[in-house]
Design a binder for this molecule. Structure first.
Ligand code: AMP
Ligand code: ZN
Length: 495
């Protein structure tokens, strides 16, 4: 009985909440065997924070699940390495150039540094690398081609070396701008955060190419002079280049729904005329990770990075587990207590996994397989798949997995070998292949904690020496940094 492959029967039972339609829909891929997913990646000028990680972990789960079901998945996640402005009337210094000035590095050194850091962080969370990771700077020619196409179709116009997407023309031809964010465009555009450049025909038009001001270091030649592409055009260009004019799933955080995704979609509809399909069939948006009730965000500084948590002695897999315990469409507030609970739960699961492994490898069970145990396990497997299929209801999946630990703890001694093997196989599928959890030795945490202790002691010793040299500025700075890390020093008078 253990050879039943449940996953073969459930491919056509997946429901996804489609933001475009505002409801759950049965998922039908465009091609039976292939799935194309595009997820907006980071702008690489900083270490990503845990909020960003939540979004990338959520889509990692989607990627893993489709792969688990045997689909050939092409997962494209871009790297935004063109510096964009905070708003249209900015002084011309983009985020990457600003960082390069602060760190004393070339903009492309900043891009390289934070792309590597991005990979390293996601790797610690055990997220799988995407199938293609295209960069904006690697696709300038394609972006310029797409902009020219929009100009040819009268959907974009050039003014003073910048090119803008013409919303009025678009609405005349397609009347669908605002489809994704549910037509609240006027309200949204009136929000204070949108500061408009005066040269546009209409305030809702958005830039697809921007002329570079004298201090905008990251710029390229174009038919309109030196400048740089708009953020939205990059994603339309790269998603359609690698996945086709219309593909299966487009994803990102809910904060990108407007204006970024709305504009991506309008550009694609404008160029390819796919008015019915809207770039992707299914649009998935993850909700925000908050800290103290407010969105975690680079710009406000209300954030935690992975290092902050590792310093508290939590393994990255615990953070992953904590993140997955709430549904991707719900807001999740970060809390220490949440991590502590996730850690307790994780160890409970791993104990059950160890027990199962021991029984399936070492003990040739003398007990007979019983129909009762098989039917319990059979129902449990179906419940687990049903939970995932219901718009990736991972919290429900996890609660089913906890139920299995009770079965293991109470009944494993009475189970036959094939029941144990079946349970073992699916526990491994759910916990490791799909949830992407990792086992780790407690030694990992002990080692980190030991290293931290040594590092702190060395820093304190170094500071003492600097004080002796009367290097007050440095010693004071170290004292403050240690204080922020929760270590307060009381200085004796120097003799
Ligand atoms: P960014 O580099 O700011 O464009 O962000 C990269 C990805 O992280 C995008 O998909 C964002 O929607 C997502 N993101 C940003 N902040 C958060 C947050 N606090 N919680 C969840 N996802 C976020
Ligand atoms: Zn994007």
């Amino acid at each position: 009985m253990e050879n039943i492959e449940y996953k073969n029967c459930i491919r056509n039972q997946i429901k996804i909440y489609n933001s475009l339609k505002g409801k759950k829909e049965l998922f039908h891929p465009i091609n039976r065997e292939y799935i194309g997913i595009y997820v907006c990646g980071p702008t690489v000028y900083n270490d990503i924070h845990l909020g960003n990680c939540r979004t990338f972990i959520s889509f990692d789960l989607v990627f893993r699940y489709f792969k688990h079901l045997g689909y050939k998945v092409r997962y494209v996640r871009n790297i935004t390495d063109v510096g964009h402005l905070e708003n249209e009337k900015d002084d011309g210094e983009d985020k990457i150039s600003k960082k390069s000035r602060i760190e004393g590095l070339e903009p492309m050194e900043i891009v390289q540094k934070y792309t590597l850091s991005f990979h390293e962080i996601l790797n610690l969370f055990n997220t799988l690398p995407p199938s293609i990771e295209p960069t904006a700077t690697g696709h300038l020619i394609e972006q310029i081609d797409l902009i020219q196409e929009l100009i040819k179709k009268d959907l974009a116009y050039e003014i003073n070396g910048s090119v803008y997407f013409d919303i009025k023309e678009y609405n005349k031809k397609f009347s669908s701008y605002g489809k994704l964010s549910r037509n609240k465009i006027h309200k949204l555009f009136n929000e204070k955060k949108f500061i408009f450049s005066g040269e546009k025909r209409s305030k809702q038009d958005f830039s697809i190419w921007k002329r570079a001001s004298y201090n905008h270091i990251m710029n390229w030649n174009s038919p309109w002079g030196k400048g740089f592409p708009g953020w939205h055009i990059e994603c339309t260009t790269m998603s359609t280049k690698y996945l086709g004019e219309v593909f299966d799933i487009h994803g990102g955080g809910i904060d990108l729904k407007f204006p970024h995704h709305e504009c991506e979609l309008a550009q694609a509809v404008g160029v390819y005329g796919n008015n019915k399909d809207y770039l992707a069939h299914y649009w998935m948006h993850t909700n925000m990770l908050t800290l103290n009730g407010k969105k975690m965000s680079k710009s406000t500084g209300n954030l935690l990075v992975l290092k902050d948590i590792i310093n508290k002695n939590f393994h990255p897999t615990i953070i992953r587990f904590f993140i997955l315990q709430s549904h991707y469409r719900s807001i999740l507030n970060f809390s220490n207590q949440g991590l502590i609970n996730a850690e307790k739960g994780y160890y409970r699961l791993m104990n059950a996994v160890e027990k199962l492994k021991y029984f399936s490898l070492n003990e040739k069970s003398k007990k007979n397989n019983s129909l009762l145990h098989f039917s319990i396990i059979d129902k449990w497997i179906k419940d687990c798949y049903n939970a995932i299929n219901d718009d990736f209801n991972i919290p429900l999946l996890i609660s089913h997995i906890f139920k299995a630990t009770q079965l293991i703890n109470h009944s494993i001694n009475n189970m036959g070998s094939s029941d144990i093997n079946l349970l073992n196989k699916y526990m491994n599928y759910f916990l490791f292949d799909i949830l992407g959890l990792q086992t780790f030795e407690k030694k990992y945490l002990e080692d980190t904690s030991k290293k931290l202790k040594i590092l702190t002691q060395r820093l304190i010793k170094f500071r003492r020496e600097e004080r002796k040299k009367k290097n007050w500025i440095l010693s004071d700075r170290i004292r403050k940094e240690l204080f922020h890390a929760g270590i307060s020093l009381h200085d004796d008078k120097l003799s």
